[in-house]
Design a protein around this ligand. Structure first.
Ligand code: SAM
Length: 332
């Protein structure tokens, strides 16, 4: 192989490394248990999943009746140049439709599989056609295309439950959805997602890597979340607030470039402060839109990062408490 091509493939393989993290059934089960009521009579689309290996496919086939699903469509992408060991070009993507009818197999055989004309990219016209027929997209999309993946679902006005990196919250497009209550965090996050199956050739590193009893290579990045627009009990639970601002003003410094106070931990949000407060992004995991309003992300009035006495705390989200009702509770 020419040196230049080899270099390009190596770079591509490196960039795509995190795209080849396969989700474990146990992590899918532990999140999906909270959404069962949303699936009745719905068409689910797993648009970044090979039905022959995907645990999303396994989950929905196994729970098809219990969830009352109408149909499951599972579609998978074939990269035109997959990796260093497989340089086959122009492979097609595939998809498989499961309707739960009598005698249907739980594993697609080669004759059940339908070939796309193209590569099965979730952005391709063929895949979008399947998206249009669907109600809910559930998958772990390639990390490098997360924004585009979510944007497309929103564009077609579909429901979704997808895995992404925690940093996704800080993407402008994703934060906007969260601020506008068009998306929110799911139940499990960080260490609550136990790890991903990685390909054979993936180098295991560090203490958070292991081989499970089935011989799968698992790594636990502990930096992932579920993002969804399916309602959950969690976003209707108030954060229990115990701290008081009145007479403890010294603990809550004001921003240099915004009329608000800095709060370093979600549990330290004072229950009596009616103005703007900057909280860490982890707040979003506990966010109840009936209790708080999200105002803005990260920037002060001067559009520079929020700062306190010249120092910038790590990304802050500006929020406001909606529940302060009586004058006696308000001391600002
Ligand atoms: C993070 S992995 C997760 C795989 C599977 N969804 C799961 O959770 O086990 C992302 C998958 O998306 C596939 N993929 C990469 N680019 C894609 C694209 N443009 N369209 C559809 N799938 C893509 C990758 O090949 C990979 O299998």
């Amino acid at each position: 192989m020419a040196r230049k091509v080899q270099h390009a493939l190596l770079t591509k393989a490196k960039n795509n490394k995190n795209d080849e993290f396969y989700t474990q059934l146990s992590d899918i089960e532990s999140e999906l248990q909270y959404y069962k009521s949303h699936f009745k009579d719905k068409v689910v689309f797993c648009n970044c999943d090979d039905p022959r290996i995907s645990n999303f496919f396994n989950y929905f086939v196994s729970n098809f009746k219990e969830l009352g699903l109408k149909k499951l469509i599972t579609a998978c992408y074939r990269e035109q140049v997959r990796d260093l060991f497989n340089t086959e070009e122009y492979e097609n993507g595939i998809f498989f439709e499961h309707t739960g009818s009598e005698g249907e197999k739980n594993k697609p055989s080669s004759t059940d599989i339908v070939y796309f004309k193209g590569d099965g990219d979730f952005r391709s016209a063929e895949s979008i056609e399947l998206l249009k027929q669907s109600d809910i997209v559930v998958t772990n999309p390639p990390f490098s295309l997360f924004r585009e993946h979510v944007a497309q679902i929103v564009k077609y006005d579909k429901k979704f439950l997808v895995i992404g990196n925690i940093n996704a919250i800080t993407y402008k497009e994703i934060f906007k959805l969260i601020k506008e209550n068009k998306a929110w965090l799911g139940i499990n996050l960080g260490r609550g997602i136990s790890g991903f199956i990685v390909p054979e050739h993936y180098e295991l590193y560090g203490t958070e890597a292991r081989i499970d009893s089935l011989g799968n290579r698992i790594i636990s990045p502990n930096n992932c979340l579920w993002l969804t627009n399916l309602d959950t009990f969690k976003r209707h639970e108030d954060i229990a607030l115990t701290k008081i601002y009145f007479r403890n003003e010294i603990e809550y410094l004001k921003y240099d470039n915004y009329d608000g106070i800095n709060v370093n931990k979600t549990q330290d949000i004072p229950l009596d402060y009616k103005g703007f407060m900057g909280v860490p992004i982890t707040f979003l995991h506990k966010f109840n839109p009936d209790q708080f309003e999200i105002i803005k992300f990260r920037k002060g009035d001067d559009e520079k990062d929020l700062s306190v006495n010249g120092k910038c705390p790590y990304f802050r989200i500006l929020i406001k408490n909606k529940r302060i009702q009586t004058e006696s509770q308000i001391h600002t």
